[in-house]
Design a protein around this ligand. Structure first.
Ligand code: XMP
Length: 310
């Protein structure tokens, strides 16, 4: 693929679509939304407002890190704190699809509000081909799919959606990201789902449960980074198991470690992580998150499992 002419064409397309008006970019710091943000910024400059929603479901330090990287690129990013709103929407929800829909609805309600506040009529977002295929195919309700499944964003939330990379797969997006000058920390960043850590908490998503999975995720990412997997993370199960802590039986949490190799996330194989690395991860997780008494490594490919847990 000719990434240079792709970028030139998309920049022109965004400029033509948004005209002299304003647009908001929904930036999460992942390679998809980062690429769209840079393309849109090149297209309309200061008429683009880039917003990072802090939904409380991000990894450790992520909002500030993303803001800093984009400041370095000359693109200011506003962080909108909507944590309470997301946790309120997720409260009492246990069903995976209900959780996904609650996330999506809150996500677009918050963006709708920001769009109206700033007089924008367009939301630029990083939907990619796999997102559309899997949502239309009924694999899951991906958070950023609206028009393709018959939801009119203008009627529902008050804006039109611009999706410059909706025909690309992940490896192609990475090439475009490098072409538009994004640093390696972004263009080679592990995919992280829109609904964030909510996809890695089985059962109810509460601030306390997210805090546990966030800590475990930091451990997994740190210990596994050198192996450069496609994706690696921790999952908190809703089941519990018995452990022994300081000679006393304790019914505690179970964390799953998942690491997969993939090209486009449509299929995936478990990574062959060395035993020593897994042992170190398990050791650190039970020490650093005392509620956890068991850690397991998952070896199911996709299909039949999906990569995320909800
Ligand atoms: P699954 O779990 O369906 O995930 O095998 C495939 C890829 O998509 C990511 N993923 C999402 N990304 N919004 C996103 O932006 C979502 O709702 C979502 N759900 C899953 C997942 O991390 C993997 O890379």
């Amino acid at each position: 693929m000719d990434t240079k002419s792709f970028s030139v064409e998309k920049i022109q397309h965004i400029r033509d679509t948004v005209g002299g008006g304003k647009a908001i970019s929904a930036l999460s710091g992942g390679v998809d939304s980062s690429t769209c943000t840079v393309l849109a910024h090149r297209a309309i400059g200061d008429n683009l407002k880039s917003i990072f929603i802090d939904d409380g479901l991000m990894r450790e330090g992520e909002p500030q890190e993303v803001q800093k990287i984009f400041a370095g690129l000359g693109i200011p990013v506003d962080i909108v704190d909507a944590q309470d709103e997301f946790f309120a929407a997720l409260k009492g929800k246990f069903d995976p699809e209900e959780k996904r829909k609650a996330f999506r609805n809150t996500f677009y309600t918050v963006f709708g509000r920001e769009v109206r506040k700033s007089d924008a009529r367009f939301l630029v977002q990083g939907t990619i081909a796999a997102d559309i295929i899997e949502t239309k195919g009924g694999v899951k309700t991906q958070h950023n799919i609206l028009e393709q499944i018959g939801i009119d964003p203008e009627a529902g939330y008050g804006f039109k959606v611009v999706e410059p990379i909706k025909d690309l797969f992940k490896h192609e997006v990475r090439e475009v990201a490098a072409e538009v000058g994004l640093p390696e920390s972004i263009h080679q960043r592990m995919p992280f789902p829109g609904p964030g850590l909510a996809t890695r908490v089985v059962g109810e998503v509460t601030p306390e449960r997210v805090a546990k999975v966030r800590k475990a995720t930091t451990v997994v990412e740190q210990e596994i980074a050198a192996l450069k997997p496609f994706q690696a993370f921790a999952v908190l199960l809703s089941d519990q198991g018995t452990g022994v802590v300081k000679g006393t039986r304790k019914f505690g949490d179970i964390v799953i470690v998942r690491s997969v190799e993939s090209r486009d996330a449509m299929t995936a194989e478990p990574s062959r992580v060395p035993w020593e690395v897994l042992q170190k991860i398990a050791h650190r997780i039970v020490i650093e998150i005392p509620d956890v008494v068991r850690v397991a490594y998952e070896i199911t490919p996709k299909p039949p499992a999906t990569i995320e847990y909800i």
